[in-house]
Design a protein around this ligand. Structure first.
Ligand code: AMP
Ligand code: GLY
Length: 426
């Protein structure tokens, strides 16, 4: 088979690395891909942006992939799957109608309310004066969220009224997220520990991946602004067997059923970002794709070839499949550029990637790096995902950081506490 993979981050490098190992895959083309993907066997990259769905269709007409796999949310929300399917191409990823689950937080919150899926209480505002009046008269902490896609930057956890007013000003008056901020959600602030719960689904059957946990804040102990994710590990002990059961029965299965009832059948990866307290899960958000960086530890633990699972999902036959996981644990430490998640430096020479991969069980996934006449240089905010496989979380942590310590560039930043939450549980 020939695969077209859409995207260019660490998640896509991990997907390319995993899919290229499949006996079913003869060739993998990534658009636009990245340096890491270009270096994997069977893989090549084509310079078409992941947001340019017409350009991707042109590429697909030339390359004739047997299956297209979409990494990021943006092309799904704007209808890549619909366009490809209309042109007789097979895509693993939801239609734009289904991708609204991530594309509009208002849609996803109203769906959860209608179908009794546990989540934070909320109010929706399209008028800034009404929103200001509400936050002036309510209790804190609370969370202000822009409705649409905002590259992970549209959520503000506010301890005080001034912060909420500043968030409303940014979203609704300054319109920093454009149309994505035409409506806001003001919601209850949930307590507990977060987890990422991701599954394959064919619109009926939900086949969960192993549990994982992201580390969203830039600094140790979850301090500082939120990022796309500074590290992840799997499995995540906060997802106890009891929590797992509740997540499946109260969140994943009802959501897939609700989407079908609403005339938006959902096929693809479904990701629930959860807050879990005393084994009780509540949904923070849905994503219509694999998490990044969660994909990295998940895919290094996945023993099953994902291609037959994607094909079965597209045929509505996922219930016949099963998925196996390494008993080992995995940890991914993201190494980022100076300044990230705000404006960051680029073009810094990276040393030590090969040395890091000499640590047994370590794989370095590339998120934002390029080759230059000086060697490999930084080109993104999140640059590398140093991902390990170890007997258990402590061993995986130790290996990942052994890899990290062999890599350097000017201004590199990374968290020192990835995986520690797993160790603090009884
Ligand atoms: P989201 O993009 O909606 O997942 O929000 C990004 C991050 O903001 C989450 O990973 C949480 O850390 C935090 N967050 C979002 N919603 C809430 C909430 N209702 N209560 C507490 N924290 C939240
Ligand atoms: N790591 C969080 C996300 O992919 O949305």
């Amino acid at each position: 088979m020939k695969i077209l993979l859409v995207g260019s981050g660490g998640r896509e490098h991990a997907l390319a690395w995993k899919m290229a190992q499949s006996d079913m895959v003869r060739e993998l083309i990534a658009a636009p891909g990245n340096l890491g993907i270009a270096g994997e066997s069977k893989c090549r990259v084509m310079r078409v942006s992941s947001d340019d769905i017409q350009g991707l269709l042109e590429l697909a007409r030339i390359e004739k992939p047997d299956l297209t796999v979409v990494g990021p949310e943006a092309p799904l929300v704007v209808g890549l799957t619909d366009l490809f399917v209309k042109n007789g191409l097979r895509v693993f990823g939801p239609s734009s109608a289904a991708a609204l689950l991530e594309g509009s937080k208002v849609f996803s919150k109203e769906l959860m309310r209608k179908f009794g899926i546990p989540s934070a209480d909320f109010e929706i505002f399209s008028d800034v004066d009404h929103a200001v009046k509400y936050v002036n008269s309510t209790k804190f902490p609370l969370v202000v969220k822009a409705d649409g896609l905002a590259a992970g930057k549209g959520v503000f956890v506010c301890d005080h009224c001034e912060q909420a007013l500043a968030a409303l000003d940014l979203i609704m008056k300054q319109k920093v997220f454009g149309a994505a901020g035409a409506r806001v959600i003001v919601e209850e602030c949930l307590e507990g520990e977060e987890a990422s719960f991701i599954a394959f689904t064919d619109g009926i059957t939900v086949m969960p991946l192993a549990s994982s946990q992201d580390h969203k804040a830039i600094s140790d102990n979850d301090k500082g602004p939120n990022t796309g994710g500074m590290g992840a590990y799997s499995p995540a002990p906060v997802v106890t067997p009891s929590a797992h059961k509740k997540i499946m029965n109260e969140v994943m299965l009802p959501t897939v059923k609700a989407m079908s009832t609403e005339g938006r059948p959902y096929v693809g990866f479904l990701y629930a970002g959860l807050m879990i307290k005393d084994d009780v899960p509540k949904v923070l958000e849905f994503n219509v794709r694999l998490g990044d960086p969660e994909a990295q530890p998940l895919l290094v633990r996945m023993k099953t070839d994902p291609i037959p699972l994607m094909l079965a999902a597209l045929e509505g036959k996922l219930s016949r499949e099963s998925i196996k996981w390494a008993n080992d644990a995995s940890v991914c430490v993201v190494m980022a550029s100076q300044g990230y998640p705000a404006a960051y430096s680029k073009g810094k020479i990276i040393s030590g990637i090969e040395e890091a991969e000499k640590v047994q069980g370590v794989k370095v996934f590339i998120a934002g790096a390029n080759s230059s006449s000086d060697g490999v240089v930084t080109s993104g905010g999140r640059v590398l995902g140093v991902t390990s496989l170890g007997r258990d979380i402590p061993e995986a942590i130790q290996k990942a950081y052994e890899g990290v310590e062999r890599i350097s560039w000017e201004g590199v930043q990374y968290r020192r506490d990835i995986g520690q939450k797993a160790l603090s549980r009884p």
